[in-house]
Design a protein around this ligand. Structure first.
Ligand code: GTP
Ligand code: MG
Length: 419
């Protein structure tokens, strides 16, 4: 299961079900058109039969009679066309072709073949219109589609407000668009993509790499980055991933093992630091995490190192003592960036957690981990909007390279069927 598979599966099946229903209806419509065309060909005499005693084609009634044939044929055709269309889609009629009104009725009646051929062509144009022309989706269809999507989005952990905003954007786009009948599916994917993009890209994030690069140029060093969040969300692993990424870019890094609370936390951090060939500053369990971080910053300054990545113990937003400890670290160290590490598998609960943390400490960015284990993936759409804090990266596995910049376009690629 790769990330966003759950949401992708849902979106794909809703789009597929809807577009194939529309395609089927159009096919039916097309057949009705063909039937109408055949019926029309049968009802149209090659030339009106003259009545006894009348001169062929010359009596004015014949003109009326021909006109009548044309009229009834068109009525018949439009009935055939509209019956299936009414409840699924509104087919935009091709530009009504004005039948050239004969200047002299008699002259027109004298060329019945030409009139017959005109009527026939007109039917063909209509068929072409149904097949190649633009289709406007009916209100009831749009509503049905949106309702199904709403359920899918909510089931996938997209927050209610974002779901509604997305659906509003989509509804507007679908009502405005005129879809070529054969492109319904790709048009739906395009509209869904555009509407989702509008929701996803509302919160513009800082780019960690360019932020760090900018700070390095300013020589106001070291850059201090503190990682916070609940227990087991992936803070320590994410620090290792970020260290790997920044080291690849040529930055020099120190890690502060400031989780002095959880058993084996220091050894875990040490393991990663050794694997990445990055220095680690540590103390014993029970030591003040702020003092460990202070030492790490001093070490970086003394050695001209550029970045200090500060770990912290996992804590619940309700634990006042541990939150107080975090506030102390924030006061003493004055980190440049505070990153909240949350696991996407927590779904919408992250939104409340982040908001609670924000009451005690500034949060500049979020890293959402374990996207590879998340069958839903909707949180990646909602968290930034709901908290106003941008997502910086997504964790997509346990390897050091499993860290992906949060790029709305890439997320939409992963979330949506290709066409
Ligand atoms: N599949 C997957 N596993 C992850 C990811 N990030 C972290 N993990 C795993 O999640 C578990 C917890 O990760 P840690 O880095 O120890 O989490 P933590 O937040 O530091 O935990 P505490 O310090 O105890 O609060 C480990 O087994 C990691 O390998 C990820 O993006 N995907
Ligand atoms: Mg940890």
């Amino acid at each position: 299961m790769s990330m966003f598979d759950g949401l992708k599966k849902k979106l794909s099946s809703v789009i597929k079900a809807f577009s194939s229903k529309e395609e089927k209806e159009l096919e039916r419509e097309e057949k009705a058109e063909e039937k109408a065309e055949k019926a029309q060909a049968q009802t149209l005499p090659a030339a009106p039969e003259p009545r006894v005693g009348e001169r062929k084609y010359e009596a004015p009634e014949h003109h009326e009679s021909t006109a009548h044939v044309e009229l009834t044929t068109q009525q018949h055709t439009s009935k055939e066309m509209k019956a299936p269309a009414e409840h699924i889609a509104h087919v935009e009629e091709p530009q009504h072709r004005e039948e050239p009104r004969p200047q002299h009725g008699r002259h027109a009646i004298e060329h019945p073949k030409a009139r017959e051929s005109d009527i026939h062509l007109s039917a063909v144009t209509k068929i072409k219109g149904a097949i190649l022309g633009k289709v406007k989706l009916s209100d009831s269809d749009i509503e049905g589609f949106l309702d199904t999507l709403r359920v899918s989005m909510l089931e996938s952990d997209v927050a209610y407000n974002d779901t509604e905003e997305f659906l509003q954007r989509l509804e507007k786009s679908l009502r405005e668009s005129k879809v070529s009948a054969k492109d319904i599916r790709s048009e739906l994917v395009r509209s869904v993509r555009e509407s989702l993009l509008g929701v996803i890209s509302k919160t513009q994030g800082i780019n960690l790499e360019s932020f760090v690069a900018g700070r390095i140029r300013e020589a106001n060093l070291p850059v201090k980055i503190l990682f916070i969040g609940p227990n087991g969300t992936g803070k320590t692993t994410t620090i290792a991933k970020v260290a790997h990424m920044l080291k690849q870019k040529g930055a020099s890094i120190v890690i502060s093992a400031s989780d002095t609370f959880r058993a084996a936390a220091i050894e875990q951090t040490e393991y990663h630091a050794n694997a990445l060939h990055v220095p680690i500053i540590k103390s014993g369990y029970g030591a003040d995490p702020a003092s460990v971080a202070f030492d790490a910053v001093a070490y970086a300054k003394a050695h001209g190192m550029q970045i200090v990545l500060i770990d912290s113990a996992g804590r619940q937003e309700t634990n006042r003592n541990l939150i107080g400890e975090l506030q102390k670290m924030d006061r003493v160290i004055k980190p440049d960036i505070n990153i909240y590490v949350g696991e996407s598998t927590a779904g919408n609960a992250i939104i409340t957690q982040v908001k609670e943390f924000m009451k005690s400490i500034r949060i500049d960015g979020i890293i959402l981990t374990k996207l590879d284990c998340d069958a839903k993936g909707g949180g990646a759409i909602s968290i930034a909007n709901e908290t106003g804090v941008p997502i910086l990266f997504l964790g997509t596995g346990e390897a050091y390279t499993d860290l992906m910049p949060y790029d709305p376009q890439v997320i939409l690629d992963a979330m949506l069927p290709s066409s």
